[in-house]
Design a binder for this molecule. Structure first.
Ligand code: NAD
Ligand code: TDX
Length: 340
């Protein structure tokens, strides 16, 4: 029997990187191809233990490079595509939206063309709850798959655009697709520009933690391993053409998240510094995952255990994040924040 060929785009980043490891561990009979441009957000250090395995292949390429992508698909004839590659940070999209359109919209369209031409069995597009916009603080409201798309940031607008293209390729060309829309992830290899790893790394260095506005905005946190299991399920069992929301009912205000990390690390709340609010800052995200639960998924981490383990991971892997925050990240941080 020929082995299934799975292309994972963005497999050098946070979630894609964890998904590459998950698939290598759970599907030894698959050929895994990791395609990534290795932007500031991607690295291969996270894959040093698997890089020499026969069933793991790395391809450095830009998803918006049509010629390269089309000829790669022609040559490899992938069975499945799981598409993570994206510009992913909301704050960067506010300062410099253009690359978000090129990568997230044009890059997705190039991949869709390639997938259509080579007749893949399934194209799974990894999206985000941010495409639905924001919810009020009323705890009885949730995003369902029927919530209208109303993205508020250039990042979420670019993701919503790519979602609509994926949908259109299904409706127009009958491309077999699924779209997953997940809430905020946390866990190993989360890039330290995002709230949780930024807080952990700064608290460990006794540096101030910037909290936007009053810190009362709410995010719905899910451990990245639970997200990987959800994608696995949708890839293999998802009904063709369907969207699935992914979330584990773990709503926290940003201030609660920051205070939890400070307490776990035995430091003082004096490290919190309220700073100017993010432009267009979405108030609250909260996912209703009923449809995915009916397919057979349930999360395995509660936030308290997950965050404690994540902090331990950052303590053990200081080399990885120290090397990031001492590079070009320093300039990014200085431009982004005015801290005491
Ligand atoms: P990330 O920024 O950590 O990783 C993105 C990866 O994509 C990097 O390895 C980067 O090098 C690669 N990449 C960027 N541009 C590329 C290009 N033009 N060609 C090829 N590769 C390119 O992002 P993440 O947090 O792991 O998010 C992955 C996906 O999941 C994104 O599509 C994001 O929208 C979605 N998502 C993220 C979250 C979250 O909480 N982080 C939640 C829901 C959905
Ligand atoms: O320094 C900070 N201070 C702060 O208060 C940062 C970086 C963030 N925040 C706030 C903004 C948000 O309300 O914390 C919350 C989380 O911020 P991020 O970690 O930047 O995540 P978010 O904007 O919610 O988007 C994330 O979840 C959905 C991912 O980055 C997206 O890729 C994903 O689609």
């Amino acid at each position: 029997m020929t082995k299934k060929k799975l292309l994972i785009t963005g497999g050098a980043g946070f979630i894609g990187g964890n998904f590459v490891q998950y698939m290598i561990n759970n599907y030894p009979d698959y050929e895994i191809y990791n395609l990534d441009l290795l932007t500031y957000a991607g690295d291969l250090i996270k894959h040093s233990e698997i890089q020499d395995m026969d069933n793991y292949h790395f391809i450095k390429a830009d998803i918006s490079d049509r010629q390269t992508i089309i000829s790669l698909f022609d040559k490899e004839k992938f069975d499945f595509v799981v598409h993570f590659a994206a510009e992913s940070h909301v704050d960067r999209s506010i300062t410099d939206p253009e690359i978000f359109i090129k990568t997230n919209v044009l890059g997705t369209q190039v991949l869709l063309d390639a997938a259509k031409q080579s007749k893949v069995e399934k194209f799974l597009h990894v999206s985000t709850d941010e495409v639905y916009g924001e919810l009020d603080f009323d705890p009885s409201e949730f995003f369902t798959e029927d919530t209208p798309l109303a993205p508020n940031s250039p990042y979420s607008a670019s993701k919503a655009s790519s979602d609509l293209l994926v949908r259109a390729y299904h409706e127009t060309y009958n491309l077999p697709i699924n779209i997953t829309r997940c809430s905020n992830n946390y866990g190993p290899y989360h890039f330290p520009e995002k709230l949780i790893p930024l807080t952990i790394s700064r608290v460990l260095n006794n540096e101030k933690v910037p909290v936007y506005g009053d810190g009362k905005n709410i995010r719905d946190w899910l451990h990245v391993y639970d997200h990987c299991a959800a994608i696995d399920l949708v890839l293999h069992k998802g009904v063709n053409g369907e969207v699935y929301n992914v979330g584990g009912h773990n709503e926290k205000t940003n201030l609660e998240v920051v205070e939890t990390i400070i307490e776990e690390l035995g430091k003082s709340d004096n490290l919190i510094q309220f700073v100017e609010d993010r432009l267009g800052h979405d108030k609250r995200y909260a996912i209703d995952p009923t449809k995915l639960e009916k397919l057979g998924w349930k999360p395995t981490y509660n936030f308290e255990t997950g965050i404690a383990q994540t902090i331990q991971w950052y303590l053990k892997n200081e080399d990885w994040w120290n090397q990031i925050i001492s590079g070009e990240y320093k300039d990014y941080f200085k431009n982004q924040y005015s801290l005491d």
